[in-house]
Design a protein around this ligand. Structure first.
Ligand SMILES: [Zn+2]
Ligand SMILES: [Zn+2]
Length: 176
């Protein structure tokens, strides 16, 4: 959703608490999209400080369904969102800082794009590793079986071709 800033920008030393919900049901990250599992409302606090500064603050948590890096089963991850911005204001307008591009403001700087702010926070706090459990066994590279559920019995030892004949000898020896 977008927050229209016209009112807060034109009223010096006022505060607005805006209840926000996300429009997006999924979080797009490169070619992947992850379902947002908890789209619960949260509050953004907007303060016009002496007509010179607009402060935007709010906290929430986003839960996403993300595949485990090893076995690809969906894992629920929780990402903390802490929005904390200050925009320079002059003559009831947001004035961009030099070199600053605000992806979460509309082009005319009159509206705040809540989804874009949350998106930036998700990117910043994205976990290095997503595992369903620390000792996830992953999937079998031969048949694709999820090895946490059962062992498929595939021979997953990749042998050097020169070693293969020793393996044969070893197997023959076992059969005796
Ligand atoms: Zn896993
Ligand atoms: Zn297998």
């Amino acid at each position: 959703m977008n927050i229209d800033l016209t009112n807060i920008l034109s009223h010096m030393d006022t505060t607005e608490n805006v209840e926000c919900t996300l429009e997006n049901e999924r979080f797009q990250y490169g070619a992947d999209a992850y379902s947002i599992l908890n789209n619960k409302p949260f509050t953004l606090n907007l303060v016009n400080v002496m007509g010179q500064k607009l402060e935007v603050r709010g906290e929430t948590e986003i839960q996403l369904a993300v595949p485990c890096d090893r076995c690809l089963e969906d894992v629920t991850i929780t990402i903390p969102i802490a929005i904390d911005y200050e925009f320079r204001v002059s003559e009831e307008q947001i004035v961009p800082e030099e070199d600053e591009e605000y992806s979460f403001l509309t082009e005319d700087y009159r509206e705040l794009i809540v989804d874009a702010m949350v998106r930036d926070e998700i990117l910043v706090n994205w976990p290095d590793k997503v595992l369903c459990r620390d000792d996830c066994k992953g999937i079998c590279p031969v048949c694709g079986q999820n090895l946490n559920q059962k062992d498929c019995g595939c021979d997953r030892v990749v042998l050097d071709p020169r070693m293969a004949k020793f393996q044969d000898i070893f197997n023959e020896f076992k059969e005796v």
